[in-house]
Write a protein that binds this ligand. Structure first.
Ligand code: IMP
Length: 422
């Protein structure tokens, strides 16, 4: 009985989709524990490319059950679009997808409020999917949960109460048109008809599965440095992508977790605003972005690109309890003559002992780099560690030693088969 948590270790977009797909044939169940349709997990199989936003990537393996946990915020339309996409590829969902009755629903006003707040001076570069406003309502105890879809009068009452308040905000503060209660209620009643078959008590389902000896992979979205508590606040998402979030986001207790796996990109990227100490500006950043096809899977926005940051990764390893990692996109670095790795931060001439999460210090730190020779050859067809060029092996050993983790998977391309397992 293995219960593993899989976390994005940097600022998201580490390649979780592909790695969950690779790992999921070793697990009976894959469960998502936080975030919503702000995530974009890309998997390429044969000549098909899937971008999943809500449903765990394990759905692409016939024998794997997928769970959307209570920590996730669900946009019902995005969910239905995703189900339709999978069905168009003849992927059977029925009996293989369970949705927590306690997950919160993204409502039209959440998306509207997200875009309004992003048009002001407090912009942080969100995905505009209504994630922040939905979590605000959850913690303000005003949210509408999946279970509310099952009781029409409760649903109507909650939409009414919410809209009475949101419409005042929209009209008086933001000078926007009010939203129509009847229309929204009608849409959500329609959603209920289509998704009620998937709704269940997922904490009981998952804990019973553990009792029966089933293995579970808990899939995080985004990345540790976007965590609302441990990330580069306020430039973060509104949930807990770190491994701790896996327990609250699924109802599986910490005593049942057996391992934590980190997904680590061989360099660093960030989408949206916020500090990024090892960012490459100008042509060098552009070249890395183009080579790595670093454009958001959800919004299409260009991702900011930079060198691997071992100092940041040590922090991430510590807060997540990462034991082993999957390194992704190693092949992307093949064009470089030399590769830099950040091994520490200096602030006011002093070497920092711990990672500063406050924006004020992070914006002032000077990264300390060590430079390694590149390998300058195509590694996308390599399938065994021994066949990697010596400089690629040295790069992996160096980042693994400086970050304090063991590497168990190396990804050298987007396809399932472009994977080296150690
Ligand atoms: P939100 O999650 O849409 O509220 O956006 C908050 C921050 O998290 C922004 O900087 C987004 O770009 C970032 N973000 C959200 N989801 C992802 C993701 O899946 N990958 C990378 N960044 C993300």
């Amino acid at each position: 009985m293995e219960v593993s948590v899989l976390v994005g270790s940097q600022w998201g977009d580490e390649g979780k989709g592909k790695i969950v797909d690779i790992l999921s044939n070793r697990y009976d169940i894959v469960a998502r524990y936080q975030g919503g349709a702000n995530a974009g997990h890309t998997i390429e199989i044969d000549n098909n490319k899937f971008v999943l936003h809500l449903i765990p990537s394990g759905i692409l393996r016939d024998n794997v059950i997928c769970v959307i946990g209570n920590g996730v915020v669900i946009d019902p339309q995005a969910l239905l679009d995703e189900i339709a996409l999978l069905e168009s590829f003849n992927i059977n969902i029925k009996g293989r997808l369970f949705i927590s009755q306690n997950a919160h629903l993204i409502m039209p006003y959440h998306k509207l409020l997200d875009s309004i707040s992003e048009s002001g001076s407090n912009k942080i570069g969100t995905t505009g999917r209504g994630i922040g406003p939905c979590y605000i309502d959850k913690y303000a105890r005003k949210g509408i949960k999946v279970i509310d879809l099952l009781n029409k009068s409760v649903l109507e009452e909650k939409i009414k109460l919410n809209l009475e308040e949101k419409n005042v905000l929209l009209r008086k503060i933001y000078n926007q048109k009010e939203l129509n209660i009847e229309e929204i209620t009608k849409d959500y009643i329609e959603f209920e008809k289509k998704i009620s078959q998937y709704i269940t008590d997922t904490p009981s389902y998952l804990n019973n599965a553990i009792e029966e000896g089933k293995s579970i992979l808990l899939e995080g979205a985004q990345g540790a440095l976007l965590d609302v508590d441990h990330g580069t606040y306020p430039y973060v998402t509104s949930s807990s992508p770190t491994s701790g979030g896996a327990c609250t986001g699924t109802g599986i207790p910490p005593t049942k977790i057996s391992s934590v796996i980190g997904i680590v990109k061989a360099y660093t990227t960030r989408v949206g605003l916020g500090p990024f100490p090892t960012e490459l500006e100008g042509e060098a950043g552009e070249k890395l972005r183009k080579t790595g096809a670093e454009f958001g899977a959800t919004t299409g926005r260009p991702r900011r690109c930079g060198w691997y940051d071992a100092f940041l990764m040590n922090y991430s390893r510590m807060i997540n309890g990462i034991q082993r990692v999957a390194i992704t996109k190693l092949d992307v670095l093949s064009y470089l003559d030399e590769i830099k790795v950040c091994t520490g931060y200096e602030l006011d001439g002093k070497r920092l002992k711990s990672f500063p999460t406050d924006v004020e210090r992070l914006n002032k730190i000077i990264p300390v780099y060590e430079t390694l020779p590149g390998w300058k050859s195509d590694i996308s067809k390599v399938r065994y560690y021994e066949d990697l060029p010596v400089n690629a092996k040295d790069y992996l050993s160096f980042i693994s030693e400086k970050s304090g983790f063991e590497i168990s998977i190396i990804s050298v391309g987007p396809k399932r088969e472009q994977t080296i397992e150690l």
